[in-house]
Design a protein around this ligand. Structure first.
Ligand SMILES: Nc1nc2c(ncn2[C@@H]2O[C@H](COP(=O)(O)OP(=O)(O)OP(=O)(O)O)[C@@H](O)[C@H]2O)c(=O)[nH]1
Ligand SMILES: [Mg+2]
Ligand SMILES: [Zn+2]
Length: 359
């Protein structure tokens, strides 16, 4: 663990009234706040104003946890008991201000990517699995977590100016209200504007497929090699994951950057609000549909279909909307099934208890 660290103010690592107010209600004065900056298989690295600690959660937290959301995630503010100069125990997770979460195909559990994030940089590069639907998918996740999304098109040194212009106009046409950064770590393009947008005490999360340059951009913003990145020469399009775990880095200018391993699957979950925000154009149009419960798939008098057919609405955007909506519905359904399962299990326990009493 890095012990040559400066004393800081909790505000410098994102602490604010939101978390302070949650702390006030905690009577136990032995506990103090700290932030989770990394996780390695159940072992957490924490930062408070004085130092870094390694920590585990209490047995009580472990046994009362009913899902992965009940475990700490990188970015969380937690209440800890300090054991010695290097170790602490996590007693409680303070309420999360924002949560970036996803669901993997076939799994009912929600995975928290990171929490208490202000802005998420959604990164793609032309040499990886580049496509606009993927941006839309990430945007839905980010928006549903109540986090500000920013689109980043990296590795622009690999394409011609005219190719860049075409891609940019397509992105702008599809995502009218989202900020876009155009970067290259080879030429340094866009990096100083990027740097200016990073503010002290704010938390930024980098997400995107493996190999798009998340860790490289963080290194460039930091002005030094904080993180290991892939080798340009050996990097093939299939690529292996270079970053293996999540970690929050504190920049000298005070920005808090969370690096993530590349994501293969980004199932949207409970993203109805996210989908609504990302596809606001479609929601506006749907107000003019003939039927209130229009599904915009085959109804007559559907304003969404009419706009798609006349090219007033991007056809790819429409297709992706229908796809994400279906996926969202499916995810909600499995959640319902999970609840049913819990209900049946509770009933089984009750019956068993009754039978034990009778004996
Ligand atoms: N040409 C070019 N290569 C880049 C650029 N940014 C990153 N790379 C290279 O792309 C490869 C992958 O970069 P990383 O920063 O490790 O990618 P990552 O998104 O962190 O990948 P994971 O950790 O696997 O998720 C490395 O070889 C980088 O040097 C860029 O702007 N232009
Ligand atoms: Mg990386
Ligand atoms: Zn309709």
């Amino acid at each position: 663990m890095n012990k040559n660290i400066k004393k800081i103010n909790l505000k410098d690592i994102g602490y604010n009234d939101f978390f302070e107010n949650s702390c006030v209600s905690v009577a136990n004065s032995n506990l103090s706040p700290a932030r989770i900056i990394a996780e390695h298989k159940g072992l957490y690295i924490l930062r408070n104003e004085i130092s870094e600690f390694s920590a585990k959660i209490t047995g009580k937290m472990m046994f009362t946890a009913s899902s992965r959301e009940d475990f700490p995630a990188v970015g969380d503010w937690v209440l800890i008991k300090i054991l010695d100069e290097e170790q602490a125990i996590i007693h409680e997770i303070l309420p999360r201000k924002t949560v970036l979460a996803r669901k993997s195909a076939g799994k009912s559990d929600t995975q928290i990517i990171a929490s208490n994030i202000d802005t998420a940089f959604i990164i793609q590069s032309p040499d990886r699995d580049y496509n606009l639907n993927r941006f839309e998918r990430y945007l839905s996740l980010v928006e549903s977590g109540n986090i500000k999304p920013v689109i980043v098109l990296n590795k622009t040194d690999l394409i011609s100016e005219s190719d860049l212009d075409i891609r940019l106009s397509k992105i702008k046409n599809r995502f009218k209200n989202t900020d876009i950064y155009v970067t290259s770590i080879v030429t340094g393009k866009g990096i100083s504007d990027f740097q200016k947008s990073i503010k002290q005490g704010f938390t930024y999360c980098f997400i995107g497929s493996s190999g798009v340059g998340k860790s490289s951009i963080i290194n460039m913003l930091a002005g030094k090699n904080l993180i290991k990145t892939g080798e340009i020469s050996s990097h093939t399009n299939r690529g292996k994951h270079i970053t293996a775990h999540r970690e929050l880095f504190i920049l000298e200018n005070g920005g808090l950057l969370i690096d993530n391993p590349g994501m293969r699957e980004i199932g949207v979950l409970d993203s109805e609000i996210g989908i609504k925000n990302v596809f606001s154009e479609i929601y506006e149009l749907s107000k003019k549909c003939k039927f209130l419960d229009c599904t915009h798939i085959n109804e007559s008098g559907c304003a969404v279909l009419m706009a798609t057919n006349s090219c007033a609405l991007d056809k790819d955007k429409y297709d992706n909307y229908i796809k994400l909506l279906k996926e969202n519905e499916y995810n909600s359904m499995t959640k319902f099934e999970k609840r049913e399962k819990h209900r049946k299990f509770d009933k089984l326990v009750k019956t068993a208890k009754k039978q034990i009493k009778k004996i």
